[in-house]
Design a protein around this ligand. Sequence first.
Ligand code: 6R9
Length: 654
Amino acid sequence: MSSQIDHVFDETRVFPPSPEFAAAAVAQPGLYAEAATDRDAFWAAQARALHWHTPFTEVLDWTTPPFAKWFADGELNVAYNCLDRHVEAGNGDRVALLWEGEPGDERRITYAELTAEVKRLANVLTGMGVGHGDRVAIYLPMIPEAVASMLAVARIGAIHSVVFGGFSADSLRSRIDDAGAKVVITADGGYRKGKVSPLKPAVDQALADRGEGAQLTVEHVIVVQRGGNEVEWTEDRDVWYHDVVAAAPAEHEAQAFPAENPLFILYTSGTTGKPKGILHTSGGYLTQASYTHRNVFDLNPETDVFWCTADIGWVTGHSYVTYGPLANGATQVLFEGTPDTPHPGRWWEIIQKYGVTIFYTAPTAIRSFMKSGRAIPNQFDLSSIRVLGSVGEPINPEAWMWYREVIGGNTAPIVDTWWQTETGAIMISPLPGVTATKPGSAQTPLPGISIDVVDDDGNEVGSGGGGLLAITKPWPAMLRGIWGDPERYKETYWEKFEKEGYYFAGDGARLDDDGDLWLLGRVDDVMNVSGHRLSTAEIESALVAHEATAEAAVVGASDETTGQAVVAFVIVKESYLAAHSPEGLAQQLRGWVGEQIGPIARPRDVYIVNELPKTRSGKIMRRLLRDVAEGREVGDTTTLADTAVMSVISAQVK
Ligand code: 6R9
């Protein structure tokens, strides 16, 4: 089967940056040429923005692909780069974290304070016998201690594995065991939707219930007091964070580690099989995280207030809450809660309160705000915003325009950033002062990044073509492997194409006539209708462009005549639901897609539902909808944010 994706969706609006923005921007057009002229020299220059205890002399070693080494003979300390060096440069009083708890409590933490905390915690970990290369699991809510814990682990050359606070004891257990963690850092509980949601019981359960012969590697559990809920206590194993940190020595000198020292493991669920422990290392990762954070978001660390809404359990929280912003000495908001607690304007209230200038969130959040209408954000002063970012899924043009108009005051450039847990940092994105942006397109590989759209053999499809997204040259923040499974690393990412060193991202994409990239969703989700390959992203965009639609997901379900048929699951805006019958709406939407894209894309079925199944990071899990559409029993739902939603959907479809 050819991997050409038939595409039909056309978007012609273009928004160039204002001349004032362009003139003052961090990233200027010359950056592309600089990177193209000498790629290694370009990345070396980016890396030198960090502090190296031992400067590197080599840039890239790609002699044994797919195993890359970046800056291999250099030595640095990641935490020193994120903390001490800002204090030593006289910026210790700058606020690092503007933390807001869900109940409305706040803490402002300066770089000097965060450095002091991390030094003590590093001493605590060392005292527990955690050393270079040991693994520490972090299972915490969005509180400052979460960021401090990541940095303390990094500071002593150990490896962290952050597990989403919303994951179950089972998921936590498999991640702790796979990594062989020595210590777990957790909390009694955290606030979620107005209540304390306990965390410690899941840790207790994950560490008990050992199967026959299963070895327990965890020796200590450090517990942050946050929820104030009662917890069970295992003497000799459990300690309170505040006790041990207060008792630890304040002095801690950051030691230098090789650039390729592992920094973290982060598990991605993928669509099938056991979660993959994606491994990242230090020098290259920090180089690209900080370079992208500065250039893509146009960061001025002295004046900007950055806010990335991602949880630290997601890669976006690693690169754009912890490492990128802190390496750049930025001031940022850290928020514990959900967007709608205690009221639906909570995020906009936070932007107004802290004067957020750069705001980075996911399309799923934007679409859910669209559903409740612009009157809510309009009650707040959002005029401080000057750059908006999107990540996690293709952002459909309708949501992009809403984001620009309602949140960005029609002026803030939107950077639609494509990347993955595996890529470690942003790979494709407009540059806000350079690129004339197009609603729905991530547009251009960043300077220093080489990406192409290719067919199954790895041949370029060229402008106007559709196919598979491939990364054609190694990049500094690339994953270095799958924890404990080098074969799976090679098979999953590097053996799809004939061409050696071509990385298979698993996403479909097309190039428009200007050569701009449009991401089309996971190739596993592509539908084949009567021999035409259709992308989920385009049909969903068409559905969302209808005034009745709030959100939509489409899947291909097997069909006797067409091979696969398009089946759509649609959330309708409340105002429409009251005035129309579901059957009438479904009929209208089928016709609408037919008109917008063409008869081939017209859904066979449109189901009106209240919810869509999403992961914690907001991605729609289409394989579960495919199960429903094909009348099968619904598969593994453990990574869903809300596991009850599938039974609701199944009931609504019957
Ligand atoms: C950062 C992150 C990676 C997958 C990726 C793609 C989708 C992310 C996107 C996007 C279109 C964007 N994705 N950003 N698709 N446009 N701007 O999300 O990492 O959780 O590993 O997911 O997310 O399908 O392959 P991760």
